[in-house]
Design a protein. Sequence first.
Length: 267
Amino acid sequence: MSKGGIKIDTNQQLNYLLNYLIDERQENIEIPENIIQKKNLLRSLMNVRPPLPISEEFLDVQDNYLTNEILSKDLVTVRDITEFNDKLMLWKGDITDLKVDAIVNAANSKLLGCFIPMHNCIDNVIHSDSGIQLRLECDKIMKVQNKDEEIGKAKITSAYNLASKYVIHTVGPAIPQNSKPSELDSKRLSSCYNSCLEIASQYNLKSIAFCCISTGVFNFPKKEAAKIAIKTTNNYLADNETSLNHIIFNVFTHDDYLIYKNLLFGD
């Protein structure tokens, strides 16, 4: 890539991005020599950065860096997914590896992404791989809305440096530890899937990939959540005209894979 017409490599990109963010914070943070440690520090600084204006030069370097990171992956399209039943598809892996029209982010009510450095939640991963602009766009949406995002609703943004075209953000119900979901919780989770499908149809999208909404730190039981996801999607397809041809249930763990495989395809 180039900055100001000068070609710079990944290490130089990282040094530039890190120096910018460290200077912005006005803190004395030592930049490590190891490139993996540099990447982790960059992600951490991006995670904690509030949605403030940023220079176009920074975004140019960031976009080149993140785009190269995405292109270095083995990206997956709908043609690569072999487990499917009509429009419903099952794929196990990192949702940011999917080159589809939209991926679904399990967001929190502030809709600004995860501010915990290097947290392994999907909200953190998506914002980290997308870039600074995603938090800035979400911030604009929330300032116009002027209130927290409601559980079961959804918003769509650009995906910026991700392989997908869009990110659809939805807030699922949070279940207290050692508690069972109420009927309202189940209705709200179903509403998450309906809201995402409706937005995808409004934008004339052909493919969407769902994460396992609410089953991480929000504690919704995995099998019950999967049943709601599949039932809601099937009901939506039966009751609505839609542009969608491919609806992917993206799972990350083997346990989730077995749950969805059994529900979608039987034993």
